[in-house]
Write a protein that binds this ligand. Structure first.
Ligand SMILES: [Mg+2]
Length: 245
């Protein structure tokens, strides 16, 4: 498929981290499934499949609310424990401690599964070699996000790292993009934001005058009737090398 060619290359790139540089949520379902199976003996009245389905239902409900999403992503351990506890409670089981252990198991599995996308680190190196100024803009709490940056050696690629839990505001709040623009001394029209989240990485940056590049992680295309129209769409970070060449 042909890719639209940019008429002007960016002076700075703002990159999202989770599901943009690091493979994250693609393993979610499998990790919940394994966690449910591991604790099957502790919950004889529920099959792992039933618990898994209930967790899915509660997760969808939990993360659909903007405020709850914000609170939850800043304390993922607590959010996940609450989700499992709610799922168990819906089957008459009150077991907050067990819920916490299942959630911790899930978190450990997610952590083990996390890895850079194929070609992602090479792409960051390629961009750095070309002198591209880069900022990392990631939502979530400081400690887990810093741990990922450290584990995968991401810091040297970026002139600026902005984490929601450290700045006090996250995407899509305009202040986070402005903070990065100021730090890199570029105007909005000189900067591109690249990420998998249509609202956080495309719409909000566009509203601020930036170019929004969407990573269509699942290759499903834009949702039907999407009001958000990315300036460019790619399916993986490494496709940036084609877009920017
Ligand atoms: Mg993301």
């Amino acid at each position: 498929m042909g890719m639209r060619t940019p008429s002007r290359l960016p002076a700075a790139l703002f990159l999202d981290m989770d599901d943009t540089i690091l493979e994250d949520t693609l393993s979610t379902a499998a990790c919940w499934q394994t966690a449910c199976q591991r604790f099957a003996d502790d919950i004889p009245s529920l099959t792992p499949a039933t618990l898994m389905a209930e967790i899915d239902t509660v997760r969808a409900w939990y993360w659909s609310d903007r405020g709850r999403h914000r609170q939850g992503r800043l304390d993922l351990d607590r959010a996940r424990a609450e989700i499992v506890a709610t799922a168990l409670r819906r089957h008459g089981i009150v077991a907050p401690d067990l819920a916490r252990r299942i959630a911790v198991c899930h978190a450990e599995l997610r952590d083990q599964a996390m890895k850079p996308f194929p070609g992602a680190l090479e792409t960051l190196a390629w961009l750095r070699e070309r002198g591209m100024r880069m900022a990392l803009l990631t939502n979530g709490a400081s400690a887990p996000q810093r741990a990922k940056i450290e584990r995968f050696g991401l810091a040297p690629f970026f002139q600026c790292i902005v984490i929601e839990g450290e700045l006090g505001v996250g995407k899509p709040d305009e202040r986070i993009y402005r903070h990065a623009l100021n730090r890199l001394h570029v105007t909005p029209s000189q900067a591109w934001m690249v990420g998998d989240n249509l609202e956080w990485d495309v719409m909000a940056p566009q509203r601020g005058g930036m170019t929004g590049v969407w990573i269509d992680l699942t290759r499903a295309g834009l949702p039907a009737g999407s009001a958000i129209q990315p300036d460019f769409t790619i399916c993986a970070l490494h496709e940036l090398t084609t877009l920017l060449n």
